[in-house]
Structure formats: C-alpha cells, structure tokens
Design a protein around this ligand. Structure first.
Ligand code: 5GP
Length: 128
C-alpha cells in the first residue's frame, strides 16, 4: 500500500509529542481529541489517531482494528461530552490538495453548538 510520506514536523505530530500545548477534550490509547485553535463554532474539536497517518485512506488501510475502534469511540466521546447528540453536529475530514487539508496528519473535525450552515455550494461543471 502506497502511503503519503508522513512529516514528523507537522503541528499535530508536535502536539502528540507534547512539544506544543493543546486543550484536550478526551484521550484514549490510540486517539486524542483537542480543541481547534481557530474554532468555527462553539464546539470545534479535532480528533486524531496517535499513529502516523496522513489521510483518511492511509488510516483506513494501514491502521489496526484497535486504532479504528479507538478513533471512532473518541469521536462519540466528544459528541457526548460536548452535548451535541440532540441538536446535531457535523463531522469533516479534509484530504490532500483538493480536500484543502492543511495539516498532514489525518484529523476529523467535530463541529456543533450552532447551525453550521449548508455543506458545500452546488457544483457548476462550467466553473473550474
Ligand atoms: P484542515 O484544514 O487540515 O482540515 O484543518 C486543520 C485545522 O487545524 C484548522 O481548523 C486549524 O485551525 C487547526 N490548527 C492549526 N494549527 C493548530 C494548532 O497549533 N493547534 C490547534 N489546536 N489547532 C490547530
């Protein structure tokens, strides 16, 4: 399996090594959830696996069942801890250039606490 090369100097790698502080919401053996530094809503938490995976596909293909399970559990823990179950929330994973991924360590955004608006504008195939 060809994986994107992992950059050990990316900001989330530094957070995982404790070199940069973070506001942790929850943590388990294989996943860490912490508040986004530039929140888009009252709740904006990033959930990351502790392993070195760049994209969702890398994590899906090369992560273990235990890592996958821990990651999904951490997302649910955030939803519950932040009280988002009733009113709803959005989960976002940006991947690569077209996905506008800024930090090359897979992360899921958990966004809620307000109506987060429409998802994406409708695609017009005549536009670039
Ligand atoms: P992406 O565009 O890669 O899906 O999202 C990256 C996210 O990481 C952005 O929402 C950005 O605000 C957040 N971010 C960037 N640097 C830091 C940081 O040093 N600490 C935290 N907590 N979040 C960060």
């Amino acid at each position: 399996m060809i994986m994107a090369a992992y950059d050990d100097q990316n900001i989330f790698a530094k957070i995982l090594r404790g070199e940069i502080p973070n506001s942790t919401v929850t943590e388990n053996e294989h996943a860490l959830a912490f508040r986004d530094i530039a929140p888009a809503a009252p709740t904006h938490v990033l959930v990351i696996p502790k392993g070195k995976y760049v994209t969702f596909r890398d994590f899906a293909r090369d992560g273990s069942k235990e890592e996958h399970s821990a990651f999904i559990s951490a997302v649910a823990d955030v939803v519950e801890a932040e009280g988002l179950s009733e009113d709803g929330y959005r989960l976002i994973v940006n991947n690569g250039p077209n996905g506008r991924q800024e930090v090359p360590h897979i992360h899921m955004h958990v966004v809620g606490g307000r109506d987060v608006g429409p998802m994406l504008k409708r695609w017009n195939k005549d536009e670039s």
